[in-house]
Structures are given as C-alpha cells and as structure tokens.
Design a binder for this molecule. Sequence first.
Ligand code: MN
Length: 233
Amino acid sequence: MASDFVFAPPPVVSVPVVGRSARFPVHRIYCVGRNYEEHAKEMGFTGREPPFFFMKPADALVVVDAGHTGQVAYPSLTKNLHHEIELVVAIGQGGRNIAAADAHRHIFGYAVGLDMTRRDLQNDMKKQGRPWDIGKAFEQSAPIGPIVPKEDAGAAEQAAISLQVNGSDRQRSTVGQLIWNVAETIEHLSAAWELQAGDLIYTGTPEGVAAVVAGDLLVGQVEGLPALTVQIV
Ligand code: MN
C-alpha cells in the first residue's frame, strides 16, 4: 500500500498564525548571511557583497507561542553559542525567478526568529573552506515566534529589531538597515531555488551578536510582531 511506511513518518513542522486557527506548515528554512553592514563589519567583512544563503532543516525550529517561553538546549560540541535576532519572512506562494517588484505577493507573513550559531565551529569551517552546517544547522538552532499575516504586520520591513539577554540590550537596529531588502532577497533566492509555500527566510542579523550560556533568558522583538522569548537550558 502506498500509505505504508517502514516506520512512522515525522510530523509536519508548523508554526501558529496570529488570529487564525490554521497553522503554517513549514517546507524549508533559508537564511541570509551577513545582511546588515555593521554585522558584516563585526564579522570582519566590509562592503556590499552579493547575497549568499545557507539552510537549516525544518525540524531545527523551536516554535514558541505568544506569551510563552521556549526552551533551547545548549548544544553539543560548542563553547561559543551565539544569538542572532532576525526578521523571518514566511512564503505563502512559491515561484522561480521572482522579480523584486513582484516579491510581496509571494509573502504570507512575518515572524521573529533566532539564528542560533555554534560560532566556534562555524569559524573553524570558514577557515578551512568547509560547509557551515555544523555551525548553523543543528537541532533547536531556529527558535521562531508566531507568524503575523502581512496585512496585519504593519511595516515589518522597516521596524525596530532588538534582542535583550537577561534584560540587557545586546542587539538593536531597524530592519530598514538590511543590505539586501526582503524583495531583493526573494529575487536572488528564487533564481537559485524554486521557492514553495511553507518556506521561511531568516533575513539576517544586525550587529551585537554574542555568546549565551545556560540559564540566559533571550527576548527578541520586531516592532509590530509578537516577541520571541527563549531560555537556554
Ligand atoms: Mn543569521
């Protein structure tokens, strides 16, 4: 029978949608590297380079409902787990070769996300010219809050973005500082991959990335979206 599997298939990963009972089923997670100038500088780079991308598996998400505190287990192998607060774009309509001018009709909504990074392992891989997966694509590396439909999200692409750790500011900027804005990012991504409904795009992080340790409480915000709160355990 076509419905037989040799073991139980994993559940569909999904994210709650503010104001709706139906959830957003996740296909892929794309991430943009070094997409704020001041963050590129703190990573040792300058200037506007073509956008580049990496992925995380959909089951790396830690889905945190509004008003709740998610838990992120401190991952193995690292001694330098970094936070990266990011605006996440949720794709509602797929496509190939989407022009920037046409990109917004492909967007379903926006959420607040954290691109958690094993920075020591990522740096080792960079030095050796090897893939970043071990630094970026581990379990629980992608906390995310609820998705707000774009018609209810205000000016998310220009909004204030911030991260506090234990009540102190670590990252603070505006999404308007993105080097490659959301529409341009969708144009570049969809030239390389066929975007599908259910794709999430972590759009990049502003300056101020730093380490967290077990016990730390992280509160990420993009003005107009529900805050994302997680504790490292
Ligand atoms: Mn990032």
